[in-house]
Structures are given as C-alpha cells and as structure tokens.
Design a protein around this ligand. Structure first.
Ligand code: ZN
Length: 255
C-alpha cells in the first residue's frame, strides 16, 4: 500500500517536472478520420476561461499549412456521407457559431480553399458575439462552409425531459433548413461527452440527423459507418504544432 502510494506520487512528480510525459507521443499512431474541434478563432486570451477554446488566426493558418504539407485531405459532410476514398481524411469543425468564425476563419478557408463545418446554436444567431444569418448565408454560398445544429439553446440535453430534447433537436433543424434551403444532417452535443446518453442519442436520429459529433477524443474509422458518436480531437489555444501532430495521429495531445 505504501509502495503503491509512493509510486503514484513519483509518477505525479514526474508529470509535474516533465510535462511532456503527459503527452501522447508514446501511444501507437492511429490512422482513420480525424474530426478536429475548434471554437473561437481570434487573438489568444492567456488569462481567460476561453483560452483553451481560442486559437489565433496565425496558429490556425499554421494548422492548415501543416495539413497540406503532411498530405491530409480536408473533407466535407458530403464526403462523410459518401465515404469518398481519400488519403488521411480530416474535418475542421467549429462549435457555437461565434462571430469571429466569419471575421477570422472564413478568410483562411477561402485562402486555402478548405471546407469546414460550423455547428450553430439557433437562438444565438444574430445576437452579440455570434454569426448573423447574412454572414451564414455568405459562408454557405462560398461552397466551403456547411452548417449543423448545436441545439436551440445550448443546454445539457441529458438533464432535459424527452419533449424538451425533441424540441431542441427538431426546432433547430427546421429553422436551419428553412434559412439555409438545404437538409441539415449533422448534430453536435453541447457539453460534449457529459451532455448526452443513449436516450438523447436515440432522439438525435429520430429527429432525422445522420451524424452526431461528440467530444469523445480519438480517431474515427473511414468510411464512417455511424455505429457510435463521432469522436473529435481538440486542439487547444496555447498548444504547439507538435501537439497538433499528436492530435492528428493519436486523436489527443495529452492524457
Ligand atoms: Zn458548444
């Protein structure tokens, strides 16, 4: 018992002294489909709660160049549906529909002609700090950005009664389809892995979605068969390009 405690303490101290030990470089490389989860694209905010969720435009550009250099193929929801055979498929997904996605992300997508998926909270569209319908329309018309639902109000679905869940799923889908003029096939759970369970997931498919994106970390099979939720890798603000390499090859940069 004492030995086990000492061993644990030793491992803990090692992690503190050598933070790189916590990184996933020693895990075997995984091949397959990597869905990357981003939120804000804007100036780094070191002391802010949003810091891990904010990637600077410079770093995002480095990510895009890295993907290009390493032979990754950025794919769209259409590619996911058809299972198009491509080399090293990767998808850029952006949660919440922040206004900075238009200001800072969209120009980079255009510069490098890379597709992306943005998950919108429909009640937030047009409110302060979020995308407007006009910006969404412009991004859609570029052919580079597809949109999915992130519910109406961004509540933890698992804690809601069935009827409320159904409303969050179908109302957001209907409104997006009406505004975008095309089917909305992708859904993304608020609060990631803790935000849903089997009951919620069943309703997602009942509402007519084909793909459910979670924050479970990891690499997905390609072509995608849809048996489980889609895992996503989460590049955080402040991480290096080496971390990004780990995200792409191990589905996570840290344990
Ligand atoms: Zn969210």
């Amino acid at each position: 018992m004492i030995f086990a405690g000492a061993a644990l303490l030793a491992v803990f101290l090692l992690f503190v002294i050598f933070p790189n030990l916590r990184k996933t470089w020693y895990l075997p490389k995984r091949s397959g489909f990597v869905a990357l989860m981003y939120h804000h694209i804007g100036p780094a905010e070191p002391d802010n709660k949003q810091a891990p969720f904010t990637i600077s435009p410079d770093m995002l550009e480095q990510h895009l160049l890295f993907l290009k250099e390493k032979g990754y193929t950025p794919v769209s929801l259409k590619d996911l549906q058809t299972g198009t055979p491509v080399k090293k498929p990767v998808m850029l997904t952006f949660d919440d529909g922040h206004a900075d996605n238009y200001d800072n992300l969209f120009p980079l997508l255009q510069k490098y002609q890379v597709p992306a998926v943005i998950f919108l909270i429909t009640d937030k569209v047009g409110t302060e700090g979020y995308l407007t319908w006009e910006q969404i329309r412009q991004m859609l018309e570029s052919g580079l950005v597809e949109f999915g639902s992130h519910t109406c109000s961004h509540r933890r679905l698992r804690s809601l009664p069935d009827e409320e869940i159904a409303r969050e799923l179908t109302r957001s889908k209907q409104l997006l389809e009406e505004k975008l003029g095309r089917p909305v096939t992708a859904f993304c759970y608020p609060f990631g892995a803790g935000g849903f369970d089997k009951r919620v997931r069943t309703q997602v498919f009942k509402a007519g979605y084909k793909f459910d994106f979670s924050t479970k970390k990891g690499v997905n099979p390609w072509p995608w068969k849809g048996k489980s939720t889609l895992r996503r890798a989460f590049p955080r603000g402040g991480e290096t390009l080496f971390d990004y390499y780990l995200q792409l090859t191990r589905g996570q940069s840290k344990l």
